[in-house]
Design a protein around this ligand. Structure first.
Ligand code: PAF
Length: 292
């Protein structure tokens, strides 16, 4: 695995059948190539493309999966309306220099008739997103484990925006002795601070103008901590006040937690992560910031 290597443009082979991807990647692994995997649900934006670029720098071969995974959505969530734009995704990938393989399977190819496996990771899944979306991380774990197994990836790339998801996947890798390295890449933001997300597309113009309040609240807490405020109750109170001033915002949670365990902190005495989930109109957005 090389840390920096010249990146040349490549057009991906688009594959619908997981077993074909497995065969292709196994052949490349036999030739000594390292495999990078970028799991996505499509509607690719700069955040995803930064993961693809990182994979292409670190690994010989890059596979991107594009699959809106039904098992991680609860009834009533946005599974049906989640954007499915494969052609645009392939163009976006090309603009970032491409990838070697795109796995774009149907739900039936990923979950054939009779599929009945469950992957439950405990501990870090319990709070925050796990509390608001109780079945979510089981769905993420099962699909990510399948993607790891079918790709045999050496390195898999995830965005820090889904901080808790990355922690769950790292725990799954540790608990199940998976031989894949997890690389968590920085959040990519719009000019006004809004973290890039495929769900930003749902926002009306008015909501879009209000959505940067998530980052503003994180920055407020960070500045306060840097100025010596250690009291997490007070920090959360100030964040809540800032967000509540935005008419379309409804807070799901604000957490100031240990970056490894995600246990809530009473005071900030060392490294911390501040996480929040806020509905802007009907669109649920998450964001976070790590305090070193
Ligand atoms: O972060 C996402 O887009 C999804 O949760 C993932 C990791 C691709 C699994 O479906």
């Amino acid at each position: 695995m090389t840390s920096e290597k010249p990146v040349v443009d490549v057009t991906p082979e688009v594959i619908g059948e997981p077993n074909i991807l497995s065969q292709r990647l196994a052949a490349l692994r036999r030739q000594g190539k390292t495999i990078g995997l970028v799991p996505t649900m499509g509607a690719l934006h700069e955040g995803h493309l930064s993961l693809v670029r990182r994979s292409r720098q670190m690994c010989d071969v890059t596979a991107v999966s594009i699959f809106v995974n039904p098992t991680q959505f609860a009834p009533g969530e946005d599974y049906e309306k989640y954007p499915r734009v494969l052609e645009a995704d392939l163009e976006a990938l090309a603009s970032a220099g491409g990838a070697d393989f795109v796995l774009a399977p149907s739900p039936a190819a990923m979950y054939p008739e009779g599929f009945d496996a469950h992957v439950h990771i405990g501990g870090v899944t319990k709070r925050l997103e796990g509390e608001c979306r109780p079945t979510h991380f089981d769905g993420v774990a099962v699909v990510v484990l399948k993607l790891f197994n079918m790709s045999g990836a050496d390195v898999a790339f995830f965005g820090q925006k889904d901080y808790q998801q990355a922690a769950v996947i790292q725990k799954m890798v540790r608990d199940l002795n998976l031989q894949v390295k997890i690389e968590v890449c920085p959040i990519v933001r719009e000019a006004d601070g809004l973290a890039m997300s495929s769900r930003n597309k749902y926002l009306s113009a008015e909501e879009r103008a209000q959505a940067p309040v998530l980052k503003k609240a994180l920055d407020l807490a960070k500045e306060q901590i840097e100025a010596g405020n250690r009291d997490t109750a007070d920090l959360k109170h100030q964040m809540r006040r800032l967000i509540s001033a935005v008419p379309s915002a409804a807070i799901d949670y604000i957490s100031i937690a240990d970056p490894a365990t995600l246990e809530e902190l009473d005071s900030v005495g060392g490294p911390a992560v501040i996480l929040l989930a806020v509905k802007i109109g009907a669109t649920r957005l998450i964001d976070n910031i790590v305090i070193p």
